[in-house]
Structures are given as structure tokens and as C-alpha cells.
Write a protein of this length. Structure first.
Length: 288
């Protein structure tokens, strides 16, 4: 796929005049010329190189000449496998190229064990979505990541005797990617997982808890809420899960820790912290 300079400018945030000035001064980027009309056209690799330069300038504070020299000296094809795949993923997301997104994720899955694939590749991509992509591209790319996490989750075998956890995003919260990652981590550690997913109303939590009697309910709050709204939503969820221990997580809960603890829930930042809290609960239940 060859792209015109206007498209490259829109995708990278660099003005057309600036791209032309870089080309004259530094020999970067190096577009081809289209047949007939002699327009500048750029390959996918050139687009990714420009985006890498932009990140080095904005995030690392490098001068333009330093950033370009670093990118030119380490082209994408020479980068380590995982890093190269990540760069290809971001490039495909910027171009809304679904075929390339699928190819990148397929290659990563073939090249990595399940731990590296989920914890070292998919989850870091998911965490960076908000800072790298606009809303449209984030929706597309995060959908592909969630799809792959669901595939991994369904492919893992459940332990017959592990603790049972019910995972959900509460009413009004649609960001389920981090919760999917948690479900994969817990299932790999022997937990029996039931994933209800995004925007789960309190009534659905109540029905699931009554039927499954989970040992633990994990609720992910990503969406920011006012103190009053958070109090209402968490109270509804805790009432629905009254027979189970509840652990909440996510940035939307971190803002309201006093309310979390006052209402009798626990807070965890990771699967390790959640498991530690569960062990504390189990120890307390077994204490004479």
C-alpha cells in the first residue's frame, strides 16, 4: 500500500511542509514518485519510520536530527521480533488495515508462548491504546486485542477444584480488555473463571452469583465517575454479590479507595494482589 504525503501528514501529525523539509535536509523520509503525475508516495515502512521519529521527539525529547539518525540506523526489519511486531501493529492500526492487524497477531501467537503472548505482547498494546491512537483507531485495534484474549481464555483448560471467580465490568463501564487479561492470568493459575464482560447490570451479577456461588467476584472500574455515582454503582454491585467476597480494580476505583473500603470491598492492582487477598480471606474463613 502506497500513501500520498497528505495522508502521511494526517496519520503522523507532521505537516506536509515539515516532511518535505526533513527530506531536503536529512534525506528522510525517502518517498517514491508515482508514475505519470510524479507525486510523492510512501510505503508502510516509511510511515512507521516517521511515527518512530515523532515518538522519539515527543516522548524522549530528542532533537529532530538525533531522532532521524536513530531511526535510520535501526530500521524496523533489524529490531527484535516482539518490538518489530509491535511497531507493525501500531502502523496497521493507524492505517485501519485489518488484514495486517490479523497477520501481526497471528505471527506473534506463533512465535511466543502463551505467557509472553498475553502478558508481554497483547496487554502492553492494550495499555498504550489511549495514548497512541484516536478514538476510531482505538476501537478497531482494541477489538482485535480483546478477540485474541478471548480466544486464549477459551482455549485454556479449567481446573476441576480451583477457586471460582466471576469477572465483570459494572454498569456503565465498557472497557473490558484489562479484565480479560486478568481472567487469562487467573485461569492459567488454576482458577475457574466466568467472564460476564462489559457493562454488567447489578441484576445480572445477582443472577450469576446465585447460580454459581463464586468464591470471589472481580469488578473492573475503568470509567471515571463522580463520588456519588461510584458509591451508587458499587453499592448496587455489592448488594448483588452479597454472598461472595468482592475485589475491585482499575483506575476508576483507585480514585475512590475510601468508598471501596468503607463499603467492605477490597482493592487489587494485579492478579498477584487479588490472589493474595483471596488467600487472606480463605485463611480467615478457616480460622477457628
Amino acid at each position: 500500500m502506497m500513501l500520498r504525503i497528505r495522508t502521511i501528514s494526517r496519520l503522523t501529525g507532521i505537516r506536509e511542509a515539515t516532511l518535505r523539509a526533513w527530506e531536503r535536509r536529512y534525506g528522510f523520509p525517502r518517498p517514491l514518485r508515482s508514475e505519470g503525475n510524479n507525486y510523492r508516495v510512501y510505503s508502510r515502512e516509511e510511515v512507521e519510520a516517521v511515527r518512530r521519529v515523532v515518538r522519539l521527539i515527543q516522548l524522549d525529547g530528542l532533537a529532530v536530527s538525533e531522532a532521524i539518525a536513530q531511526v535510520v540506523s535501526s530500521p524496523l526489519k533489524t529490531m527484535p521480533g516482539a518490538e518489530r511486531l509491535q511497531e507493525r501493529f501500531w502502523g496497521a492500526a493507524m492505517l485501519l488495515d485489518e488484514d495486517e492487524l490479523s497477520r501481526v497477531l497471528d505471527e506473534a501467537q506463533r512465535a511466543m508462548d502463551v505467557d509472553t503472548y498475553c502478558d508481554g505482547f497483547l496487554m502492553p498494546l492494550l495499555r498504550e491504546m489511549g495514548t497512541r491512537l484516536d478514538v476510531a483507531r482505538e476501537h478497531l485495534a482494541s477489538g482485535y486485542i480483546r478477540q485474541r484474549l478471548r480466544q486464549v481464555l477459551s482455549s485454556l483448560e479449567s481446573m476441576a477444584s480451583g477457586p471460582r471467580v466471576l469477572l465483570a465490568c459494572p454498569r456503565g463501564d465498557s472497557h473490558e480488555g484489562g479484565l480479560l487479561g486478568l481472567a487469562v492470568q487467573l485461569k492459567r493459575k488454576g482458577w475457574r473463571t466466568t467472564f460476564l464482560g462489559a457493562d454488567t447490570p447489578a441484576e445480572a451479577l445477582r443472577v450469576a452469583c446465585e447460580q454459581l456461588r463464586p468464591d470471589l467476584v472481580a469488578l473492573s472500574f475503568v470509567h471515571g465517575r463522580s463520588p456519588e455515582e461510584f458509591l451508587t454503582v458499587l453499592s448496587e454491585a455489592l448488594q448483588a454479590c452479597a454472598l461472595s467476597s468482592v475485589v475491585v480494580g482499575g483506575p476508576g476505583a483507585r480514585e475512590h479507595l475510601k468508598t471501596v473500603f468503607t463499603l467492605g470491598a477490597q482493592f487489587a492492582e494485579s492478579s498477584q494482589e487479588l490472589i493474595a487477598l483471596w488467600n487472606q480471606v480463605r485463611t480467615a474463613q478457616n480460622r477457628p
